[in-house]
Design a protein around this ligand. Structure first.
Ligand code: PNW
Length: 462
């Protein structure tokens, strides 16, 4: 029995999430060609232990088993991403039917088990062939993404009704092109801003394609807004640092997508880098295409202050020179991320205000060093605690009047955690990477219990 006592609205959807490159493996099978992450993994120093996307969770060959596990957990919904390099291996042109067949099978298995599929088109695995043509820095990427969207929605839109264009464009722009921790690993502040613009342009170009090919479906995007804490001391420099960081983390996407404009000050704050010619007439109209819901991924807040006189305030995020990022406080997860259910609630509320849309928590969770006991059970009390606290924050937001429609645990399975390789485990299901054996962790059992209780309560049989 669970000690968790919060309740959620009728029809609240319970889910778990994954992403193609993080779980599928089989990176060279059935016509898939490399993505920018396959390339990035090859370079010493980019990924812990020089880990790669193989074999990951070998999900490509274990769809039936993995969907059965989702069913055991009682999930209503499953969020996965489609690998662009499986469907269109060179990015555009020839469609790879075996790639489509794989997602066809996955979707059919989900529906067999009464689990609704929620598909993300882009969770960071850009075909390498497109990066060779400039990737997200080439404006043509919007047309390439439009083509890929048409192929995917055309193939699956009869059964998949919830479409998300992009996962966390902040990561695939700023973290990938400005900060350099993610593929393609560039270190150029302006490039991050250009990539962000082209990602949003691709998103806005794809939305009408989703509307046309899946008229009874929903179109959304998943952002990773981050609550920015400042010193709250009345210092105007600190307040300005908060504003700049908030623009680079949140306003950069909230502005164009929901308000049809870059956030206050961001164009001025980056004027020393560019004349912004990459923002062309009509772009903001395309980018602000109406959506049906907003996906929010949130794990931790950020703390900043202004650089003091003489202190080095260089910061790779656009418009953020003079912004010092502070060490996280309080209890940290194995990622070194601050646990802050309050900031989770606040950023959910902010996301709803900015977008005016119903919110889905499309990812939330935590990495820990799990204990596998002699009987094979996997104990992760910290993850159980994180789950309780963050579901509590979601319940608080809902009680305060915010329309949150569902929660997806990150992640269904332990998987390839990007630059951290297989070292960091986020799963509610443990994966033994030697045997590929799956074991539902205590947190997964707890989540299943919470879901069962809520289903019983809202369906009136309790
Ligand atoms: C998200 N950061 O990534 C992704 O959507 C998942 O694929 C990933 O596994 C999960 O969160 C856990 O990390 C992020 O450095 C990666 O700020 C890095 C950051 C944020 C999100």
């Amino acid at each position: 029995m669970t000690s968790f006592e919060r309740t959620f609205p009728d029809g609240f959807l319970w889910g778990a999430a994954t992403a193609s490159f993080q779980i599928e493996g089989a990176t060279t099978e059935d016509g898939r060609l490399p993505s920018i992450w396959d390339t990035f993994c090859e370079v010493e120093g980019n990924v812990a232990n020089k880990d790669t996307g193989d074999p990951a969770c070998d999900h490509y060959h274990r769809v039936d088993e993995d969907v059965a596990l989702m069913s055991d957990l009682g999930l209503d919904v499953y969020r996965f991403s489609i690998a662009w390099p499986r469907v269109l291996p060179t990015g555009t042109g020839t469609v790879n039917q075996p790639g489509i067949d794989f997602y066809d099978r996955l979707v059919d298995r989900l529906l067999d088990h009464g689990i609704r599929p929620v598909a993300t088109l882009y969770h960071w695995d850009l075909p390498q062939a497109l990066d060779d043509r400039g990737g997200w820095l080439n404006r043509d990427v919007a047309a390439w993404f439009e083509e890929y969207t048409a192929v995917s929605v055309g193939a699956l839109g009869d059964r998949v009704k919830h479409w998300t264009t992009l996962n966390e464009p902040w990561c695939s722009s700023i973290l990938s092109y400005s900060i350099g921790n993610h593929a393609p690993g560039h270190h150029d502040t302006l490039e991050g801003m250009i990539a962000a613009h082209h990602l949003m342009l691709a998103h806005g170009t794809a939305v009408p394609v989703i509307r046309e090919l899946c008229p009874d479906g929903e179109a959304s995007i998943t952002l990773n807004p981050t609550y920015v804490w400042g010193p709250e001391n009345g210092d105007e420099h600190d307040a300005d640092a908060v504003r700049r960081a908030d623009n680079a983390l949140n306003g950069l996407f909230f502005g164009p997508i929901f308000h049809g404009a870059y956030p206050d000050g961001m164009i001025e704050d980056t004027a020393h880098l560019t004349d912004h010619a990459f923002i062309q007439d009509g772009d903001l109209e395309t980018i602000s295409a109406p959506l049906d819901n907003l996906g929010v991924n949130n794990y931790f807040p950020t703390r900043v202050r202004a650089a003091r006189d003489g202190e080095d305030g260089s910061n790779p995020m656009p418009g953020c020179d003079g912004v010092i990022e502070l060490a996280p406080q309080g209890p940290l997860t194995a990622m070194g991320w601050e646990q802050s259910p309050k900031s989770h609630q606040l950023i959910i509320e902010r996301s709803a205000r900015e977008s005016g849309l119903p919110i889905y928590i499309t990812e939330n969770g935590s990495a820990w060093e799990d204990t596998v006991s002699d009987d094979g059970a996997v104990h992760d009390p910290e993850r159980v605690n994180y789950l309780h606290e963050h579901l509590g924050a979601v319940a608080d937001a809902i009680e305060g009047g915010t329309d949150v429609r569902g929660y997806f645990a990150w992640s269904l399975l332990d998987n390839f955690e990007w630059a951290y390789g297989y070292d960091k485990r986020f799963g509610i299901i443990h994966v033994d990477y030697d045997t590929q054996k799956r074991t539902i962790k205590d947190s997964g059992l707890e989540y299943a219990q919470i879901i069962a209780n809520e289903h019983a309560r809202t369906r009136g049989d309790r």
